[in-house]
Design a protein around this ligand. Structure first.
Ligand SMILES: [Zn+2]
Ligand SMILES: [Zn+2]
Length: 318
């Protein structure tokens, strides 16, 4: 609980320093992460596995995945998702094929609220009250938009979060099974199959079990929900789509109007092949794909498309 309070105090002071308001959803997610970690370590790993190879291995893996997930979570909160640079103008020399246009009249996209031209894949967030580069969605759990600047942190948060949550769920289940089996065996030995456990130490044991039961009720549903969100975003990364583009087909019209020879009808213009998409969204090297970002992703006002001559496309898109 002390670690939980200290983490919340640290995040609270950082948020105040940046002029951000207290957010109960963010505080709830942070508290849940810290609570699950503390219960798994103090109620399951240390008393049960102690200083053994399985004990230290579980402690190391759970600590690493939890710290990485928390790092990405904090990055999602504090990294700017992407702001339209002052004075940004569509480049007329790029030609119409590279410009996203309005669905209604085919004109250039302009945000009336912000008074700026919208770069490709930019959308106005009604919660943040501003335009966000390569906007994916507004995330209430981080109190911030997910966009070009922090999408990698968001994706890695799902990855590490799912790993930590399934690990915690498995640990809690295995420990509960171990304890209940031991209690049952002890009861049979002392008082017979229908006897009651009356030893002094049993109260602490049941407190641990209640704490672990609550932790399981938090970890298991969160693991299932985050796994399904992760599988959706794996598909989004492999096809280089944002949630908005998947939902609204914003850019499909562009390709339908100018189909490429051999390209499937309605193909997404930013889908430049699985390897290119991975590099484009998660970084150039496999190292970058795994480690949490230390700064927001730069750029975000232009993206390679299937129309670019320099992009090496899979055979069906050539
Ligand atoms: Zn706007
Ligand atoms: Zn937003």
């Amino acid at each position: 609980m002390l670690a939980s309070a200290a983490t919340l105090a640290l995040i609270g002071s950082a948020a105040r320093a940046r002029g951000l308001k207290w957010d109960w959803a963010v505080a709830g997610v942070l508290s849940t992460f810290v609570y699950l970690y503390v219960v798994c370590v103090t109620c399951a790993i240390l008393p049960w596995l102690s200083v053994s190879v399985p004990g230290m291995s579980n402690l190391a893996v759970l600590t690493v995945t939890t710290v990485l997930a928390l790092w990405c979570f904090v990055a999602c909160i504090f990294f700017d998702p992407g702001r339209v640079p002052a004075g940004w103008q569509p480049d007329a020399e790029d030609g119409p094929k590279l410009q996203e246009v309005k669905k209604k009249d085919g004109g250039l996209r302009f945000c009336q609220k912000c008074g700026v031209h919208k770069p490709p894949r930019t959308h106005h967030c009604s919660v943040c009250q501003r335009c966000v580069l390569r906007m994916d969605h507004h995330c209430p759990w981080t109190g911030n938009c997910v966009g070009h600047g922090n999408y990698r942190a968001f994706f890695l948060l799902l990855l590490y979060g799912v790993a930590a949550l399934w690990h915690a769920t498995g640990l809690l289940l295995a420990h509960a099974w171990h304890v209940l089996s031991a209690v049952s065996a002890d009861r049979v030995l002392r008082t017979g199959p229908s006897g009651r456990v009356t030893e002094a130490g049993s109260a602490g044991l049941w407190v641990h079990l209640v704490l672990e039961g609550l932790a399981f009720c938090l970890a298991a549903p969160a693991a299932v929900a985050l796994s399904s969100l992760l599988s959706f975003h794996v598909r989004m990364v492999l096809t280089n789509k944002t949630t908005i583009e998947w939902r609204e087909g914003v850019t499909a019209q562009l390709v339908s109007a100018m189909p490429l020879a051999g390209a499937p009808r309605g193909a997404h213009p930013y889908d430049i092949g699985v390897c290119n998409n991975l590099r484009e969204v998660l970084g150039e090297s496999a190292d970058e794909w795994c480690w949490p970002p230390v700064r927001p992703t730069p750029g975000g006002t232009s993206y390679p498309t299937v129309f670019d001559p320099g992009v090496r496309l899979p055979s069906y898109k050539r």
